[in-house]
Structures are given as C-alpha cells and as structure tokens.
Write a protein that binds this ligand. Structure first.
Ligand code: BGC
Length: 921
C-alpha cells in the first residue's frame, strides 16, 4: 500500500526545496540577505498580499487546497518581526483597492495598481532593519507580456516605491514574484541592496522563498535567460509578435548565443548567473580527451561561511568554420550537493564531441543536411555563468560528418539570417540568405509506405489479447472499420465523461463501439505545473517551468515529478500535458513561465528529468508545444519562418533530448504554423523528424482545437486530413467523436484518396501501442492491484463530492438541462458539483426552484461556479415553505462538457430542481 500512498508532506517538502533552489539572487550588497534572527522587517508592495502561484491559462488552473504566499510564510515564522502597522496600512488600502480580476481568460491585468507610498510608510522603512518589496507580474496563455509599464516595465508607482524606500531603509530587498524575467534597469537607478527572483512557485512558493530569505537555504538558482538592458537589445524583438508572420532572422543566435557573440555590453545579468550567501572556488581541467568524448573535472570548494550548492557550467566555443558559430554554447552542467564551509566536491562532466556538431542546412560546409563538426579548435569554458566562465583547454578536431539526415521542415520563402563576421577581436552581425526547401522535398507527398491491413470484421479479439500476446496488433486493428479508425482520430473533451472528471481529454476508446473491442479511454490532463481538473478537484500546484529550470538540478526535479506521476496515477490520469518546452525566444512571450529557458540544452535536461521520473511511475507526459510556439499573439494564425539549422539546434533540440533520453511517449503539436505548414499537419515535423530521425514511437496530438492547412492555403477548422497524413494521430478535441461536430474532412479526403486507410490504421496503432503500455488498459481490464485500487478509491473519497458524473443532455426542443433536487445535498459549507452537457453554444441562465421552511429574515446564499470560476451568488430568504423560482444569468457556454458547482452558505434550503437553459430559447 505504501507504494501507492501519496506522501503529501514529502511532496510539499520537495516542491519547497525546488522553489528555494530556483530562486536567483542577482545582487546582495553588504550581505543584505539573509535576514537575521529577530530583525524587524517591513513588507511593501501589494503583491505581498496576493501571491502569484503561477501564470495564466491552461497551465495555471490547478485547484489547490492551499497556497502559501510570501507574506503568509513570513507571518508564520518567529525568526523575524514583521511591522504590523505597515501591514494594516496596506490591508485597509487593499479594501478600497481590491484585486482586479480583469475580464478573464486572456484579459487579466499583468499587474495590479500599486499603493502610492505615504510619509508614514517611509518612516517605517527607516525604523526597521530591512524592507522587503514584493513586485508581482503575471501573463500567460493568449496574453503575451508587453514592453510597457505594468508588464515588462515597472510602473511609476512601483519605481517610486523602490526609489523612496531605498533612500531611507537600511537594507532594501526587492523580491520578484514573476513568471519570467522583467526589465531590470531600475536596479542601477535605485540600488536596492538585494534583488531576488523567486518566480511563481506554486502552492509552496512562499515557504521556499522564506527558506532563502532566512538563510535556511543559500540561494543557488541560476538564470536560464539573459537579462539585457533594453527589450530592443534581444535579437528576436524586431521579429516578435506579428500575428501573421515572424521571420526568425536571429537564427541560432538566441539569448546568450547572440549577446556573447555580438553584444556583450548590452547584458545586465548573464545567462547562468546567480549569487549565493557563500563563495565557491571552481578549478576545472580536461581530465581526458578521447576520440568520442572529453571528461571535464571541476573541483568546487565552499570557501565562504554558509552551507550552499554551486552549479558548474561548461560552454564550448566551436571554430567558426564555414557555418559560423556562437562564441558560447552550453554543453554540460553539474550541481554540487550541499557543501559545508570548507567542503569540496569533484564534479565529473562528460561531453560527447558529437553533441557539439552544427547542422549544415546550406551545404556550405560541404555536407548538406548533416550534423558536422567543423575542423579546428574546440575550446571549453567553465564557470558559474556564461560571462565569467574561463577557458580551461581545448581539443583539436578534424572535419567530421556526425550524422547524415534529410532536409526537413525547411523554409519555403526567402529571408536573411544573422551570421558572424570577424572584426578585429570581436564579431559583427552580417546577414546571409537562408537556404530554402529544395524542389522535390515537399512534405506534401504521400509517403506512408505501410500497407493496408485487410478488414476482417469482429473476430472477437480484444485489445487485452494483444497485451497477452494472444493476437497481434495488426490482427486487432483489422477488425476496425473506417469509421472506428476515424473516431479514434478524434479525442473526446474537454471534460469527457469517459475519464477522470474535469480533465482535458480522453483518447483511444472514445466511442462505445471502440470500448466493446476492449479499448479503454485513456486520460490526459493539463499541466504542466500540476494537475488541472476543472470540476474543482484539488491537486498539487508546482513551481513553474522557469523556476524549475533555474534550479539546474535535474535530480531534484526528477524526485518532485515522481510525486506528480504518483498523483496522476492515483487520479487515473495517463498523461500530463507537459512539460512545456518552447524556447524563451523573447522575454515578452506570455507563456515563458511554463517553459524553461532560452537555451535548448538546459530545457532538454530539465524536461527529461520530469519525463523520465513520470515514466518510471508508469505515467506518460506530453511534451509541448511542438514546435516554434514562441508567442501567444496570433498563435493559431502566425507562420514562424525558421531556418532548418535554427530548428535543429534551438527549437527542436530540447524535444529531441526529451524523446531520446527521457522516453517521452506523447507530443503535442502547436496551434500555429512553421514554414508554411500548420504543425499538426506537418509530415516533416511529425513523421520525418520526430519518428524517423529520433525513433519516437508514441502518439502525437494536436493542441486543443488546432487547425491544419493544405500548402499555400490558410488553416481552416474543417481541414484535418493533413493531420492524419502527417501522423498527428489525434485531433483534440470534440464532444462526440461519432458525430463529426466540426465537419472535418477526414472521410471526404479518404474517399478521394488524399489519405489512405493504411494511414488511419498506422495512426490507430500508435494510439493503441501507447495504451498497451499505459495504466489505462490495466484499469479497464481490472488488472490494477488491490492496493492501488484501494489507494485510488481513497484518493477519490478525499476529493470534493461529485454528484455521479451523470450527464443531463439538453432536451432537443427546449434545450433545458434539468438537475433534480434529489441529486443535490444543500448543507452549509458543502458543495455539489455536477457535470452538464450543453450541446449548443450560447449565453445560459440558471434557475432554482426552491423553498425553505425558515422565516423571511433567514439568509440562504448559494454561490455558483462554472468550470470552477465563480459566477454569481443567489441569496434567497426563508420562504416559510412556499416554492419560488430564482433565475440568474450564468455565462457564455462554449463546447459541450462542463462542471457546475453549487456552494451552500447556510442550512435550510430545499431545492426541487435546477435548470440550465440557453437564453432566448
Ligand atoms: C494549450 C495547451 C493545453 C490545452 C488543453 C491549450 O489552449 O495551448 O497547452 O494543454 O489547451 O488545456
């Protein structure tokens, strides 16, 4: 049983440690941090009062049982004394200036109005030992950051707060509770003694931050992005944010690759940077230089007074050769254990020489479509950030073709990209034409060679017979007719009644007929920072992707995600929709919080730790968004025009690592297009690169309601046949897969021969292969051990009560969804949650037929939540037994399956029925 017990304490402790290890200390003058025992502290900034546990959108919708913010954590310790007067000043101001929720999805304010500082507040700053200022930011899905005040830039009030507190306080410590790096010029203007990025740390965020503030953990996080002076300094900024088309002219020169090569002076804080409360000496050497690899040994010694950890980073400076190279490229890193003062550790870091190869997309180095090591000296730089890393040696390399590949996903329209040209001791930006797709390699060709499996009809073979090796997968698939195969292409969601309530989708056995063949409905749920269950079920909220990246600690991340795997398994979810692996191409991307870094190597390694840990618990992950999903604006309309080299070396590299080293079993394509093809229909991406080149044998799914196109045309909702052809196995998602509610063209294109039955069978085999290796088939066939079964039941019983997930289908004439009162249990402090299926989109209302024996002064509130978002409260008075009807507007309902939660504020209600109805019907 213990194997299946979710040790929530351990879970929280690991998350807390990850938050602490992800904190990046950028500045610490005169040892402003850590706070000392008994010190008097003033806490400024309204964000201290409402912690951003994560960013916005699908990745931020985890329902938690608690969130410890920074102020909560500070209040919970006796080690320091918080100035109460200042807290009260803020609290009364906050009553007048409540948190602005905005208009919901995609329209939440990036920040909140800051309280203008008063003279008394400044006096307090002068009276205390240290002032903490918390600055908060959010952004997310469908909502990029903007280079404006309140988003990437501080507001005037925030600046004034920092400026004025810095002038009078003995020590000012600025804490950044943000999803992503923000403008940092103000540090030079106001000189706060300490600056700490604490990111968005999930439900243990405040506790992890407290550990760093108090010095229980010496900070050891390292920036996974470069912080430049101006947003315009980033090489991608001028080609970022167009809703139609973005030319990736910066090519492979993203983040530090650009700055270290061309514009060192523009950097405020380099990639990999982060201070500690202690100091380390790092002495490294190339211990051995073999034909295939180099072994680098770093001797790290704690030469300060605090226990701490340090991360050693290895960068390569490859010869410019004919292709041109960035002057630094991260190729390895290792983190020490906790070193006591005086303690040392030797870190071995092995670098495979082949991993240093560049992709020749032009043939300029003589071998087109090959990874090549160009001739010359490969210098290793080792240190604790990219800028201060020192040269420790080099090896000489003859020209070598590392791997011969095929051209894939090449751009189809002309543009220019950056290339370095030497100018004295440095390099300047030159531009060169990007090689284009050659005629004949168009990925629109019908290259599925697998032959059609002859239809046999039902032979009585169940999927489990394949598991038991009583039949082959081909024999099983032979039983499925065209319609079955097409239905399996369609995932069911969101909130499919076939799987765990509130999750993103079901796949596999999405019709009764498919289930009769023994195909279970497998379940996937968002991700990445915890499990999202829209019916209100609670789950653990994790630190965001950037925070996890900054730990530079794959081992710790792996331990944390082993807990996530267990939590998923107990919730009967087969795949988490994460980790998010897109590259922080630009600081303004709203979803950077979900992603890890501007660098593909650290992205790949941290994601691999997650994927592998969950895989080891029997749970899949869905690495996303594949690929080039680097902005939110126009994410389903914009075409990213990217060279093959930049794709291979930057935008695909992390995914490749997670597939090859982490055994990722599922991949989610994007909403948008890369080089003319919407990714879900890109054969080059989903078949040639992912499967043929990398050996991936799992499933590919679309992002939710993504589109595809035929070459040269715009994407369209009905265009889905290219997905089938590309081997994007599952379209996510529809309410009823049999009904073809989106009028997709799969059958039509099958009939005209654009796609073949063999392709549908091939894709079905991918899905079934996945399911055969998942818990879903074991659950479906009752093969779960008794202990695990009990643990799952315990988990369910501890969750919020859900009225049987019975679906109340709308009456076709009245479009009414009727929930009889007998299904409800209105008791003070409790809730009922029920699932509905509203088949027609539109504005809905909710009516209660209700009574109470209580007198007319009795107050009886019912709060209504729709998909876990509060809508309204109906407050009725006692009716002395008379039945009344109360109707309220609910919200716009889009898509079929949803959850309604009724929270009862008082006893004494008797509900006869609740009716949801489309307004105007
Ligand atoms: C997001 C995905 C997410 C999916 C399901 C989409 O809007 O882009 O990352 O997994 O929704 O919620």
């Amino acid at each position: 049983m213990e194997k299946f017990t979710l040790d929530r304490k351990k879970y929280a402790a690991l998350a807390r440690q990850a938050v602490a290890e992800g904190c990046v200390l950028l500045r610490n003058e005169a040892q402003a941090l850590p706070l000392k025992q008994g010190e008097k502290i003033a806490v400024y900034g309204r964000s201290a009062f409402r912690y951003y546990k994560s960013g916005l959108g699908s990745g931020g919708l985890v329902n938690t049982s608690y969130v410890v913010g920074i102020l909560d954590a500070l209040k919970g310790t006796n080690d320091i004394v918080i100035n109460q007067e200042l807290l009260e000043i803020y609290e009364s101001w906050l009553k007048e200036n409540p948190y602005d929720e905005g208009q919901g999805w995609g329209r939440v304010p990036w920040s909140q109005k800051e309280m203008p500082i008063t003279d008394r507040m400044l006096e307090i700053a002068n009276e205390v030992d240290a002032s903490l200022i918390v600055i908060g930011r959010t952004a997310g899905e469908d909502q990029d950051n903007t280079a404006k005040e309140g988003s990437y830039l501080l507001t005037k009030d925030e600046k004034s707060l920092i400026e004025r507190v810095c002038k009078v306080s003995k020590r000012t410590i600025v804490i950044l509770n943000v999803g992503n790096i923000i403008d940092m010029k103000w540090v030079e203007e106001y000189h706060p003694q300490a600056v700490l990025y604490v990111w968005q740390g999930g439900q243990e965020g405040g506790n992890g931050t407290l550990d760093v503030l108090l010095g229980n953990v010496a900070p050891c996080g390292k920036l996974t992005d470069t912080i430049a002076r101006e947003i315009e300094d980033y090489s991608s900024t001028s080609n970022f944010g167009d809703p139609e088309k973005n030319y990736y002219k910066e090519d492979i020169y993203v983040g530090y690759r650009y700055f270290e090569t061309f514009a060192k002076e523009k950097v405020l804080y380099p990639f990999g940077y982060g201070m500690s409360y202690t100091y380390f000496s790092v002495n490294s050497e190339i211990k051995s230089n073999q034909e295939e690899s180099c072994l680098i040994i770093a001797n790290v010694k704690n030469i300060g007074n605090y226990a701490g950890k340090e991360t050693v980073q290895v960068y390569v400076n490859a010869p410019q050769g004919k292709l041109g190279k960035p002057l630094r490229q991260l190729v390895g890193f290792a983190k020490t254990k906790l070193l006591m003062p005086g303690e040392e550790e030797i870190l071995p870091i092995t670098i495979n020489k082949d991993d240093l190869a560049s992709y020749d997309d032009s043939g300029m180095a003589g071998h087109k479509s090959c990874y090549v090591l160009e001739e010359g000296q490969y210098e290793f730089y080792v240190g604790t950030d990219v800028r201060s890393a020192v040269k420790i040696g080099a090896f000489d390399q003859e020209f070598k073709v590392v791997k011969q590949l095929e051209s894939a996903l090449a751009p189809i329209e002309a543009f220019e990209r950056i290339k370095p040209v030497p100018m004295g001791d440095s390099y300047e930006v030159d531009m060169e034409e990007v090689p284009l797709q050659e005629k004949g390699s168009v990925d629109d060709c019908n290259t599925c060679t697998s032959s059609e499996i002859a239809y046999t009809g039902d032979k009585g073979i169940k999927l489990v017979d394949v598991l038991d090796q009583k039949a082959s997968l081909d024999e099983f698939v032979a039983q499925l007719d065209e319609n079955d195969l097409i239905h399996m292409f369609r995932g069911e969601g969101m909130c499919s009644p076939r799987v765990t309530p509130g999750t993103a989708a079901a796949f596999g056995g999405v019709t009764d007929r498919l289930q009769q063949y023994g195909i279970p409905a497998a379940c996937c749920a968002d991700g990445p920072s915890g499990i999202r269950m829209d019916c209100g079920t609670k789950a653990f909220s994790l630190p965001n992707g950037t925070a996890l990246g900054c730990t530079f600690n794959p081992e710790l991340v792996g331990q944390l995600f082993a807990m996530v795997g267990k939590e998923l398994r107990l919730n009967q979810i087969d795949s988490l929709l994460g980790p998010g692996m897109n590259i922080h191409r630009n600081p303004l991307n709203g979803r950077n919080f979900e992603y890890i870094s501007e660098d593909p190597y650290v992205t790949g390694k941290i994601a691999t730790a997650q994927v592998k840990a969950m895989y080891d618990t029997g749970i899949g992950t869905t690495i996303k968004h594949f690929c080039g999903n680097n902005q939110e604006v126009g994410r389903s309309t914009s075409d990213s025009v990217i060279s093959e080299r930049a794709l291979r070396e930057i935008y695909l590299k992390g995914f490749e690592i997670a597939v090859k080293e982490g055994y990722a079993r599922a991949v989610m394509t994007t909403y948008g297009s890369v080089n003319g093809y919407w990714t879900a229909g890109s054969y080059d991406l989903c078949t040639k690169i992912l499967r043929e080149e990398w050996g991936f044998d799992g499933i590919v799914m679309t992002d939710w309601w993504a589109q595809a196109n035929y070459l040269g045309e715009k994407a369209n909702k009905t265009v889905k046949a290219p997905m089938v052809k590309a081997q994007n196995d599952i379209y996510m998602c529809v309410a009823h897969p049999e009904d073809n509610p989106e009028n997709d063209d799969v059958k039509q294109m099958l009939d005209v021969g654009y796609i073949t039955k063999a392709q549908l069978q091939r894709n079905a085999k991918n899905i079934l292969g996945y399911i055969l290796k998942s818990q879903a088939i074991l659950r479906f066939t009752g093969r779960i051990s008794k202990e695990e079964q009990q643990a799952m039941e315990l988990m369910t019983s501890q969750q919020e009560r859900i009225v049987d997930p019975v679906f109340y289908y709308a009456d076709p004439d009245t479009h009414e969804i009727v929930i009889p009162g007998s299904e409800l249990n209105p008791k003070a402090g409790e809730s009922d949650v029920f699932a509905i299926s509203a088949d027609i989109d539109g504005e809905y209302s909710i009516s209660f037929t209700i009574k109470s024996e209580l007198g007319s002064l009795a107050q009886l509130p019912i709060s209504i939540f729709f998909d876990n978002v509060f809508q309204t409260t109906v407050s009725i008075n006692g009716t002395e037994g008379k039945v009344i009807e109360e109707t309220r507007d609910l919200c716009y309902v889009f898509g079929s399956n949803h959850y309604v939660k009724l929270y009862y504020g008082a006893n004494g209600l008797e509900i006869e029925q609740v009716v949801l109805k489309r307004r105007g019907d």
